[in-house]
Design a protein around this ligand. Structure first.
Ligand code: AMP
Ligand code: ZN
Length: 471
């Protein structure tokens, strides 16, 4: 089966065909964090989903260019900068660094490009100028530049591609200046916001006076700059469908005047929101978790990643601490099985057994059906454990099984458990090797190194002493 993915634009699961005529390169843009605070576990559901998709595309042999922006100027940020009497750079720099720490802790692959909105002001201005030149944007009496929905529709373009909109109550020229608004208040939205006293030192010069960009135009400018006028995939959480992504389409297709049949983005994908203990996360309900809150409770980023990966990206997911504890147990089951295979395989090397990767691919090709994929993994764990218990596996078969798991784990990205799970016999050998080296008995230390290798471990000598890791 070919890879099938749901497309919010067509509301259908459809075959994913890259725009690249060679069928190899894929451009993927994901709306990144608004760095106004620590990201919460819901945000990370979306980022883990985008990481899963990227890894799966790579697993399918595609060459993905992954772009994720950092929104470092928008309404919420400006408000906080003003409240805290700080500078935009100091404020957003801190939260960006914290975000990336969390992102790494969840073992997400870093995007190839992480563009910042504030570093794309010339591109943003150029895009607005194109919209003005085409008569789709206008400067209002308040000095700000707005996108005209009426003019856009008048050009034969469709506003309301991702969501259905009701234009009956809409009054021509009604404007909305804020970055976030409801579907019911569909109105001309701000592309460039005229500087106001509350903006403090946050402003840039433009042909329309001092001001700052609207949130939506930032993503249009950055995605076009890094992926071109028409690209394959655009991702985000479901809340971004409207207005953010609808406005991105309107600005981009309005400014670019693409040839017939061409779209700004071929395939839009949206992750369903995460609930916590059955409810929307809120600080007052006490169900608001950042990643660091969960790490402080003793869970690892790897366990949280695993839990987030157990639910289909379009299914509602209820995050609970009990669920996280259960995830720890399930993951330990996989780790135990894989650990035994490693020991048995030792230094043997074999190509992967075909069955697990095959079942996995079948499941994931079906719009990233992780439930079926995990089903295949746990069936494999049960079967492997049976064979291990019956002494039916020798080194080479264990190596083949291990390679099969490694293939699958290129996508799930769980890797090995942290090294504090190093078995006692391995630790004992590491100590023995250290003692031998101290005594300058290098022959003995080499023998111990080989023994470790046979158990599936390598030891590295670092400035802080020996460090042991799985092969
Ligand atoms: P923000 O930093 O608010 O721009 O959000 C970053 C990403 O997290 C966006 O793609 C949002 O759609 C997504 N997001 C926000 N809340 C949740 C949630 N509760 N569950 C899943 N994704 C979310
Ligand atoms: Zn965006």
């Amino acid at each position: 089966m070919a890879l099938q993915l749901f497309n919010t634009l067509t509301r259908k699961v459809e075959r994913f065909i890259p725009l690249d005529p060679a069928g190899r390169h894929v451009g993927m843009y994901c709306c990144g964090p608004t760095v106004h605070d620590f990201a919460h576990i819901g945000n990370f559901r979306t980022f883990v989903f985008t990481d899963l998709l990227r890894r799966y595309l790579e697993f399918r042999g595609l060459d993905v260019l992954h772009v994720m922006n950092i929104t470092d100027v928008e309404d919420k940020i400006i408000k906080r900068v003003h409240q805290q009497q700080t500078t935009l750079k100091d404020y957003t720099g801190k939260y960006e660094a914290e975000f990336l720490k969390d992102f790494d802790a969840l073992q997400c692959k870093r995007p190839h490009i992480l563009p910042h909105a504030t570093e794309h002001i010339p591109e943003i201005i150029a895009l607005i100028e194109k919209l003005l030149a085409r008569g789709i944007a206008y400067q209002a009496a308040d000095g700000s530049v707005y996108f005209s929905i009426e003019k856009y529709r008048g050009c034969g373009c469709k506003y309301g591609q991702l969501v259905n909109l009701n234009f009956d109550g809409m009054r021509v020229g009604d404007r909305v200046a804020s970055d976030e608004y409801e579907k019911e208040s569909v109105a001309d939205f701000a592309l460039w916001k005229q500087r106001v006293p509350e903006d403090g030192t946050v402003f840039w010069r433009s042909p329309w006076g001092e001001g700052r960009p609207g949130w939506h135009i930032e993503c249009s400018a950055m995605s076009i700059k890094h992926l071109g006028e028409s690209f394959d995939l655009h991702l985000g959480g479901e809340d971004l469908m409207f207005p953010h992504h609808e406005d991105e389409i309107a600005q981009s297709e309005g400014a670019l005047n693409l040839p017939a049949g061409r779209r700004f983005v071929e395939h839009w994908m949206h992750g369903s929101h995460l609930l916590v203990e059955g409810k929307k996360m809120s600080k007052s309900l006490g169900n608001f978790f950042t990643l660091r809150d969960l790490l402080a409770k003793g869970f690892s980023g790897r366990e949280i990643r695993y839990l987030l990966l157990t639910a289909h990206y379009r299914a509602q997911f209820n995050f609970t601490l009990d669920g996280l504890a259960a995830a720890r147990v399930a993951l330990a089951r996989i780790d135990e099985c894989v650990g035994k295979l490693r020991e048995l395989a030792g230094a043997a090397s074999m190509p992967p057994g075909p069955e697990l990767p095959l079942q996995f691919t079948k499941a994931m090709d079906d719009d990233l059906n992780v439930s079926a994929a995990w089903g295949a993994v746990f069936d494999w764990v049960t079967e492997t454990n049976k064979k291990l218990a019956a002494g039916q596996l020798k080194g080479p078969q264990a190596a083949a099984a291990l390679e099969a798991w490694k293939r699958v784990d290129e996508v799930f990205g769980l890797g090995s458990p942290p090294s504090d799970d190093v078995p006692p016999e391995v630790l004992a050998l590491v100590e023995e090797r250290q003692a031998a080296r101290k005594a300058k008995d290098f022959k003995r230390s080499d023998v111990v190194r080989d023994q470790l290798k046979a158990l599936g471990w390598v030891v590295e000598d670092t400035a802080k002493g020996p460090r042991v890791k799985r092969i």
